[in-house]
Design a protein around this ligand. Structure first.
Ligand SMILES: *[C@@H]1O[C@H](CO)[C@@H](O)[C@H](O)[C@H]1NC(C)=O
Ligand SMILES: *[C@@H]1O[C@H](CO)[C@@H](O)[C@H](O)[C@H]1NC(C)=O
Ligand SMILES: *[C@@H]1O[C@H](CO)[C@@H](O)[C@H](O)[C@H]1NC(C)=O
Ligand SMILES: *[C@@H]1O[C@H](CO)[C@@H](O)[C@H](O)[C@H]1NC(C)=O
Length: 225
């Protein structure tokens, strides 16, 4: 019973393949041959099927290996991108002599100038005088200032007509961010030191800080881009 089943199963693919190309009498003759002949035929069919199974099995495992390794590769890429943009965004992209900060690069001038000349010096297509986003950024900027007592112009000045401190991008200063030591009034501009933010006459000469925002970093707020 079992033997017959196996014989029928194994012969099916071979018969259907042979039917079209060989005369119908040949399989019959083969089947009526001596028992060893039938046995050899079954054996050969089984061998072919086993071979096919091995080939299929091998190719499936090769394909899944390839897919697995490419998934691993791309997850490594994602990991790298994550670190590159969230943990240390743009750290590798600053021009020479510029200091990396999350989302921007800073240039601390070696020379002294008035506020309006500093403003002009920073004003290129890519850079402008320093804007400070929040207290966290203020801390990072102050950490870059390695000498106590050195003061740098920022992009913050007092606008008399509006009686307010204003950033050069047009936004008003959020007074929760920091206190400005000194007068608020005509021709006053803001300086940053290691510890504090000062109001100073805009005509006095000081170092200054330019910033450039990294436009290549995606998912970053960059309203002026
Ligand atoms: C990415 O950061 C994680 C920790 O947040 C660290 O374990 C991993 O090594 C970093 N990968 C790269 C490529 O820097
Ligand atoms: C800055 O102001 C001074 C005088 O207040 C003026 O001589 C100078 O030209 C100004 N510089 C710029 C770049 O506007
Ligand atoms: C800006 O200042 C830097 C440093 O003092 C100087 O090298 C550069 O020539 C200045 N650029 C302009 C456009 O004034
Ligand atoms: C201008 O700069 C300040 C300080 O970084 C920031 O809080 C504000 O959102 C900016 N405004 C615009 C319109 O970009």
């Amino acid at each position: 019973m079992d033997r017959q089943m196996v014989y029928a199963d194994l012969n099916l693919p071979r018969n259907s393949g042979l039917d079209s190309s060989l005369p119908p009498s040949l399989p019959k003759d083969v089947c009526q041959g001596p028992p060893w002949h039938q046995f050899a035929l079954k054996f050969a069919c089984a061998g072919i099927i086993v071979l096919i199974l091995i080939v299929v099995g091998l190719s499936v495992s090769v394909i899944s290996l390839i897919q697995k390794s490419s998934i691993e590769k791309s997850s490594v890429h994602v990991q790298e991108n994550k670190n590159g943009t969230t943990e240390r965004p743009g750290l590798l992209e600053c021009p020479k002599h510029w200091h990396p900060l999350p989302g921007k690069c800073l240039f601390l001038s070696p020379t002294l100038s008035s506020w309006n000349n500093s403003l002009a010096n920073c004003s290129t297509e890519e850079s402008r005088l320093l804007l400070i986003q929040d207290q966290e950024e203020l801390k990072l900027i102050q950490n870059l200032i390695n000498e106590e007592g050195i003061l740098y112009w920022t992009g913050l000045h007092f606008v008399l007509s509006e009686k307010s401190w204003k950033w050069i991008n047009g936004s008003f200063l959020n007074s929760d961010m920091f206190q400005i030591t000194g007068d608020a009034g005509e021709n006053r501009c803001a300086l940053i030191s290691q510890k504090k933010v000062f109001s100073e006459n805009c005509d006095s000469e000081n170092k200054w800080i330019c910033q450039t925002e990294l436009k290549s970093v995606r998912n970053k707020e960059c309203p002026d881009c």
